[in-house]
Design a protein around this ligand. Structure first.
Ligand SMILES: Cc1cc2nc3c(=O)[nH]c(=O)nc-3n(C[C@H](O)[C@H](O)[C@H](O)COP(=O)(O)O)c2cc1C
Ligand SMILES: [Mn+2]
Length: 508
């Protein structure tokens, strides 16, 4: 029921097919900032995005006067730390709270709608096509974000499109691309990612792997590309499911891949089993440079398709709220973990969150209504290892349903008052991680990781005698709310939802 209501609400939103449609809605709520002063794509653009991003909920930045690229446009951090922009992207109205929005996204992730193929000539991205000798990716603006980055990165807020040759499943994954020459970009993806599995399948057959990368997408496609969906199903189907209509694609006459018709810019070409080039380092989602630069597979570009005056999209990776991998990536993960737990039939899940403060993906918090012995431990280990949440995440915390998993004050308080370190912590070893984790040293031991599951729920076997929380009575809370202004307070009274359950017996 919850699910179908969410889907109904989504249908009422206005249609978004392209980045332009999305920008119009974001502009209408005052969260699009046009930057018309001249800006250098080398270090300055990244610095402006980092500094502007320090304000929670701050705008997305459209750079319209980029030095060295007359007429070029680049949108930095489409999501940033704004729940409203996540809401618009998943076809919901702005103004929702974090867990409510995660629940809606989680429900929408349960629906799949296959993409629709339209004639290539009708795809707006095919307005301009440069092939072979005419290919020059350096014509388009791309930032060098951090001082020690190996180069300019055209691909960060993107979808890299690959195909599994054994079943033709099309994958969309967000992977970085560093510009290496006019017709070459790096293709760095961590072990275990679907694009890596796909390209290895082509290479095992002795063939080069067809690859495309789309920049300037409707951010819904970016969100889906950045989420761990089942490895055997195309992200196009989940994006269609969230949108409520099929994603429009066309079949490429270059690679045979199904490409997003409404992208601003698409490159496509091939990646070869025996050819690598220097790539990286790159200031990553952890707030550190990832692995040192090194030989990495690349894409040799055979064609570039683009709309007139295309908008390139970029994601700054950084510590703190300026990290484009914070809110959106974490929230999409949380929603997917919730979907996975529902699919497994785990009862009592009240909320799932992946705090942006934890580099987006570093931590998962699940709040539950404890129903049976072992329930909390079961939720912790499943949340840690289900497909939606297994990659990288180091800490999983399970809290009771009186704790808001998106409120770190409440989560930390629950950890220190309800968990017993000697009994409540489990460690999982040799888990799926990444070369980008700065804590694994020497770097050669990567990409393995470990995970810590903390049961921060009241101990189930002593629930009845667990010390009661000191809580306000509902009556007194409401009465004080009514007198708030009389008492001289000018801001709104705080929202409180947990109250003393035995009020009548104690108030004299
Ligand atoms: C902005 C951004 C950039 C990312 N860059 C990379 C990257 O360069 N390499 C990588 O392996 N994963 C990267 N990721 C994470 C993957 O996109 C994510 O794990 C996704 O699920 C991969 O697609 P797949 O599930 O189809 O394998 C990035 C995520 C975001 C949000
Ligand atoms: Mn995938």
């Amino acid at each position: 029921m919850e699910g179908s209501r969410a889907l109904e609400a989504g249908k009422k939103g206005t249609t978004i097919k392209s980045l332009d449609d999305w920008l119009a809605q974001v502009e209408a709520i005052g969260e699009l900032k046009h930057i018309t002063a001249p800006v250098n794509p080398v270090l300055e653009m990244g610095a402006i995005t980092y500094m502007s991003g320090k304000t929670i909920g701050g705008p997305t930045l459209l750079f319209e006067n980029i030095q060295g690229h007359p007429g070029g446009r680049l949108l930095f951090n489409p999501f940033g730390s704004s729940l409203n922009r996540v809401a618009i992207s998943i076809r919901e109205r702005p103004g929702r709270d974090a867990i409510g929005l995660t629940r809606v996204l989680s429900d929408k992730m349960k629906r799949r709608i296959p993409p629709k193929e339209i004639p290539a000539a009708e795809a707006p991205v095919n307005r301009n096509i440069d092939r072979d000798g005419a290919v020059d990716i350096t014509r388009f603006p791309a930032p060098k974000m951090w001082p020690l980055d190996g180069g300019k990165y055209i691909g960060t807020a993107d979808a890299v499109i690959t195909k599994d040759p054994t079943n033709d499943r099309i994958n969309l994954g967000t992977f970085r691309q560093m510009i290496q020459s006019k017709n070459q970009v790096g293709f760095y993806a961590s072990p275990g990612k679907d694009a890596v599995l796909d390209r290895e399948r082509w290479w095992a057959k002795g063939q080069s792997a067809p690859v495309a990368a789309a920049y300037g997408l409707d951010p819904l496609l970016f969100l889906c590309a950045a989420t761990s969906f089942p490895k055997n199903v195309s992200e196009y189907e989940f994006a269609g499911g969230i949108d409520g209509a099929p994603i429009e694609t066309f079949k490429s006459d270059v690679t045979g891949l199904l490409l997003p018709a409404h992208a601003e810019l698409i490159i496509e070409g091939y990646s070869y089993p025996d050819r690598t080039a220097e790539e990286g380092p790159f200031g990553e989602f952890t707030g550190y440079y990832g692995r040192p630069g090194g030989p990495t597979p690349y894409v040799e570009i055979k064609a570039i398709r683009y709309r007139d005056r295309p908008i390139v999209t970029s994601a700054l990776m950084a510590d703190g709220p300026s990290n484009e991998c914070g809110l959106m990536w974490g929230m999409a993960k949380a929603a997917k973990v919730w979907t996975d737990l529902d699919a497994l039939g785990v009862p009592g899940i009240k909320g799932v969150w992946s705090p942006p403060e934890g580099a987006g993906w570093g931590m998962t918090v699940v709040s539950i209504e404890q129903r049976y012995a072992g329930h909390a431990a079961q939720v912790g280990s499943l949340a840690a290892q289900c497909m939606g949440g297994a990659y990288f995440t180091k800490y999983v915390v399970v809290v009771d349903d009186d704790v808001d998993p998106s409120n770190m004050q409440e989560v930390i308080w629950a950890m220190v008052t309800r968990s017993r370190p000697a009994q409540s912590i489990d460690i999982m070893r040799e888990t799926w991680s990444t070369y980008l984790d700065p804590s694994q040293n020497p770097p050669e031991i990567r990409p393995w990781g470990s995970k810590c599951v903390i049961n921060a729920c009241k101990e189930f076997k002593h629930l009845k005698v667990f010390s009661p929380r000191s809580l306000l009575t509902k009556e007194v809370y409401e009465s004080v709310c009514g007198r708030w202004q009389e008492l001289g307070f000018t801001s709104a009274p705080p929202k409180i939802t947990n109250f003393e359950p035995h009020a009548g017996q104690h108030i004299g």
